[in-house]
Design a protein around this ligand. Sequence first.
Ligand code: UDX
Length: 447
Amino acid sequence: LRERDMAEHGGRRWQLVLISSPLQGHMTPMLQLGSYLQSKGFSIIFAHSELNPPDPSNHPDFIFLPLPDNLSGTGIFSGINQFLKALNENCRPHLEKHLIQMINTQKETSEKESIVIIYDSLMFFAGNLAGDLGLPSIILRSSCAAFLPSYWIIPQLHQEGRFPEMIPEFHPFRYKDLPFIGLPIQEVLDLIAMINPKIPPSAFICNTLECLEQSTLTQIRHHYQVPIFTIGPLHKTSPTPSTSFLEEDTSCIPWLDKQSPKSVIYVSLGSLATIDAKIATEMAWGIANSNQPFIWVVRPGSVHGCDWIEFLPEDMVSEMKVRGMIVKWAPQKDVLAHSAVGGFWSHCGWNSTLESVCEGVPMLCQPFSIDQMMNARYLSYVWKMGLEMVVEREEIESAIRRVLMSKEGEEMRRRAMEIEEQVRVAVTHGGSSRNSMNDLVEFILSL
Ligand code: UDX
């Protein structure tokens, strides 16, 4: 910490050990959080699995600690429970050894030092380890805050044998919006039992905003009785250089420069979702028949049985290229911030949702799993800046036209811009997210 702060805190130093999971949508907010805390003078040790490591050159002042994960092909697609179990079991020994070394060095040198663990909720072993070693721990939630109540609501509904269309104690969510609800129920219950913290953390940090999730946040605060810091959206409160695992195709920016304002539909299903070639073909027809300019991100390997876009007939590719671009990975935040983009067709991952909200871009919602159904519900039903759609060519064609060209689309854009303004206020000096960031620093210093 800076000299003055250190003096105020009895010459004590703080070492923050951040433990990130290897998922794009989780590592990005952890790196952003680390950058912010580092700017406040804390030293950052960034622990991560060998799978999907971050680029150290973007964060020269962090100490990176790779954790041997021994995953040998156990990818997330082998089943989420199995993947998380292996990841957590395999990453623990190395981190444990490292933390014990840190604690021993502290004792030997009698340095006044505090070690605080901040971990991704998917790296739940870190919470147990912190408890075993007597270290304080804080959880970073990189999805919507509404994910948390599902830890107790899903088991409760299951126990009572209730599967209501609307869940009265969890307004505005429906049973079908609950996380992971497409999986067999026993798998969902096992997953919740696995990630629900065994040892209560000292606090939660949520990449969300008070204005977006007020009633849920009240519910969570009541349930956990520990501080909940709402410091989002982190890409605005603590922007960092690109954290993409894949190379961004920046050629879409000069292409966007040539398009009319609000005319382009941007299509991306995030870093995890995979689809059948049949669905991908429906998407292609819908995009082509809408006759609107587009950028379509087809992540390599995201269409079953294809390396990239082999599911498209050659002549369709050349026809589509007249009106738009198909890329492997886009500089998404820059694309959404571009004045030519009029709509975002998304899987509604939480980062994508926040990025669209921050730029006032209305959305077409195609949620797959995890918290995406909840985010889609927020977008369409609560914030009224999103349209849920069926993935079928005529429906897609009509949805794209509705969002880009109709009165309804204009109204969604107006709502999106109102929310964008609320976010702008929250992240500027004196706003709720800024205040929460300051409170977080004070809280860590008090541990
Ligand atoms: C996952 C889950 O899907 C999501 O529901 C959860 O909230 C976080 O983890 P992911 O599928 O990666 O996330 O989606 P999302 O949260 O939207 O994150 C994707 C990130 O990749 C965004 O920050 C987005 O800007 C970036 N991205 C995506 C690109 O930079 N380029 C692209 O072409 C596509």
